[in-house]
Ligand binder design. Structure first.
Ligand SMILES: NC(=O)c1ccc[n+]([C@@H]2O[C@H](COP(=O)([O-])OP(=O)(O)OC[C@H]3O[C@@H](n4cnc5c(N)ncnc54)[C@H](O)[C@@H]3O)[C@@H](O)[C@H]2O)c1
Length: 365
């Protein structure tokens, strides 16, 4: 039997921590090591249970740190690297792009380069079973008008510092495959939602504000369109590609679920209201005034500069080439997600009050 040894960078963040849980739950023979520098978006509480039960190992460190990453490869000898580590918030990249270039471009290059040097036997021969999965995004393709969708052959046309940094990493990773036959797969996923998403992103931010009775800031006219996928469907797609993906290929991962931002926010208002009405304990626990949960909370604000109008991801390649398909309908997934935030509101409050930093500090070197 082959025991896979995973190195999961960025595994304390939203998607990475969901992926870690997925591996621990579905593959008891797998060994997992998380490497995460615990930026403001990393939260050790996301994987506390897995660390404490010794189901995974954890190293607090930066993917740009050549000495640390090389040592980790020597000591731990991973055969699968999954690179989730990145600065991930477009608004922050508009405010200041430095850290995006450092982590998303230089960090990805550092990981790729070390993996190549450690795995290469000679020329195009690599240690058996090794593969590097670079987790990318549909945002590298740029923006669509009302029609059409992105396929894996759509030219890259990133329009924010965030998406440009992700596109750069994709190009560097691709060049490693072309030049050195490096065992690479790139995934480009649409917008994720689900548990443990940092409450600066659209869906958790809006849920938090609804529960707190605060205004819901919506960029421009709210008609920008995103294509949504539940994080657990994304994690299952990655897992499928770890086992069955073809080296050197790019796979779009999406669930064909386009929604205008304004539609999303209205769904959130309606669903929070109905869940809270059905279960009075939520009203008491969160001190909610149900009368205030209505569309008066909508607040249109100045549009984001260079705001991409629409993303729509053609997922036919991964559907055709593998057994994966998205399983969670948006309507069901969003209800479960809202319920998770209602049931785990202390997770949000710990972040808001900065308490999660105290736990993170215990794991910082
Ligand atoms: N969230 C989405 O909708 C979405 C969609 C498609 C692709 N992606 C990609 O998926 C990946 C994960 O996204 P997410 O939403 O979970 O992000 P996130 O911000 O929640 O998590 C990122 C994690 O990476 C860590 N990290 C950041 N810089 C690091 C560095 N230099 N060294 C080590 N660790 C570092 C952070 O501490 C954090 O734990 C990213 O690469 C992102 O581009 C995200």
């Amino acid at each position: 039997m082959i025991f896979m040894r995973f190195l999961i960078s960025g595994g304390a963040g939203f998607i990475g921590s969901n992926y870690v849980k997925h591996i621990v739950e579905t593959d008891p023979t797998a060994k997992c090591m998380v490497l995460d520098s615990l930026t403001y978006a990393g939260n050790i509480m996301n994987i506390k249970a897995e660390i404490e039960s010794k189901s995974i190992g954890f190293v607090c460190g930066d993917i740009t740190n050549t000495l640390l990453v090389s040592k980790l490869f020597e000591d731990y000898s991973p055969d699968i690297v999954i690179n989730f580590a990145a600065e991930s918030h477009v608004d922050r990249s508009i405010e200041s792009s430095d850290i995006f270039i450092r982590s998303n471009v230089m960090g990805a290059h550092n990981l790729l380069n070390i993996a190549k040097n450690m795995w290469q036997i000679h020329d195009s021969e690599y240690r058996e079973g090794t593969r590097f999965i670079q987790i990318s995004t549909d945002e590298v393709y740029g923006s669509l008008g009302k029609d059409g969708d992105f396929t894996e052959n759509t030219p890259l046309n990133p329009r924010s510092p965030y998406s440009a940094s992700k596109a750069s990493a994709d190009l560097i990773a691709g060049s490693f495959h072309e030049t050195y036959d490096f065992p690479l797969i790139i995934t480009r996923c649409s917008n994720n939602y689900g548990p443990h998403q940092f409450p600066e992103k659209l869906i958790p931010l809006m849920i938090k504000n609804i529960l707190d009775g605060k205004q819901l800031p919506i960029y421009g006219d709210g008609k920008n369109i995103r294509d949504w996928i539940h994080v657990s469907d994304h994690c299952k797609a990655i897992d499928t590609l770890v086992h069955d993906g073809k080296i050197g290929e790019i796979y779009n991962v999406g669930a064909r679920s386009e929604k205008q931002n304004i539609e999303i926010v209205k769904i959130l208002i309606d669903t929070v209201r109905s869940l809270v009405m059905d279960d009075k304990s939520y009203q008491i626990d969160h001190n909610i005034n149900i009368e205030k949960i209505n569309y008066d909370l909508l607040s249109f604000v100045k549009d984001r500069p260079g705001h991409d109008f629409r993303y729509s991801l053609d997922n036919s390649k991964i559907l055709r080439k593998t057994d994966w398909k998205p399983e969670i309908k948006f309507e069901d997934g969003i209800t479960d997600t809202i319920r998770w935030y209602l049931d785990n509101y202390s997770w949000v409050q710990d972040i808001e009050a900065g308490r999660y930093e105290k736990y993170n500090n215990k794991h910082r070197m």
